[in-house]
Design a protein around this ligand. Sequence first.
Ligand SMILES: Cc1ncc(COP(=O)(O)O)c(C=O)c1O
Length: 417
Amino acid sequence: MNDLHFSTRIIGTDFEKPDAHGAIALPVYRNAAFEFPDSEAIAAAFRGETGKHTYSRISNPSVANFEQKVRTASGAESAVALSSGMAAITNTFFAIATAGSNIVSSPHLFGNTFSFFKSTLEAFGVEVRFVDTDDLRQIESAIDANTCAFFAELVTNPHLEVADLPAISNILRAKGVPMIVDTTLVPWCAFDAKKVGVDIEIVSTTKYISGGATSTGGVIVDYGTFDWTKNKKLAAMPQPKGISRFTAKLRSEIVRNFGAVMTPDVAAMQTLGLETLQVRYDRMSATAAELARHFAGHHKIARVNYPTLKTSPYKAVSDALFSGHPGAMFTVELGSKADCFRFMDALKIFRRATNLFDNKSLVIHPESTIYCTFTPEMKRTAGIEDTLIRFSVGLESVEDLKNDIENALQRVCIIYP
Ligand SMILES: Cc1ncc(COP(=O)(O)O)c(C=O)c1O
């Protein structure tokens, strides 16, 4: 299987057990509980000795099937599916962080991740140390004996910065710190996380994977590359068979106690989404690149941001990591917030909505929506400006999207020479 191309491998991944009726897609196991022939059989299942499902908050065949496809897609040792990207982020950090520990992170984060770090986690005594991830010395000097993880978004949302993960990985390996990366913006068909030193990958599967915004979901992917005896919380655990201490802690305690699991219906939809991932990604990413190229230098736009543009400081690292396909999100900066609103209100194909990588093209003004509860100080730290508009490019014709943007730009007042 491993010598086959991405789409062939994903579509060809078989179920764990053959279906009784030979169904070509795994039927949805829409049940909460599983029955056992006798008391010893259910006791053995609860002790984890048989691999049998007991209760769908703990594991479920439809969800396990999705997790298996994610392992095929990523090449990882294990994958744990949850109810959203935020559930994947929160469960990950509750598995590894203790009061007194710290996380070294970029401050340029999706708004809810920033809020989780600064509001939720810090209330439990976990410090989050923000660093400029372009400055390797800052990362190195922020790490100390209490650092439980380095965290970054692969491509930051909405700033479109791309951290030099191979260089950061060298520092983290030397310091014994795991690299945890939110790779939501570039999926497995365009990026090999393991190759660049990612230990734990977090994905909001709501985005590309769900197959057109069918459902919310998240997945925690463990490459089995980190030695968790270096983590204060996990060091004392006995080494489980076949999985890391981190994934064992997640499965046996954190995920089942928080209960934010992926449901069987969602797993079935997202399994189908994975099967069409590459065609959708290639098309959306190519359209985003063309729109960014076309509108760069437009007299009504102060700046277009997209990693393949020559003006992006991240072009070289993006080209190296993503073979020229950094995804379907791009941003534009206009002259004022009022111009942003006038422009967005005139769009006819792009829908004003807060999501990424739907089949439909979307547009949002992050400052007044996703970050609206942030104080001015938090917005400054998170680098959020009120002149920025974020686009998520869907599957419509590139010409129609170009015309939509061009027509809406007529409503913009501030002009650049
Ligand atoms: C980069 C990134 N990470 C995580 C999330 C959270 O994902 P979810 O909405 O599935 O909880 C988002 C949502 O937009 C995101 O953009």
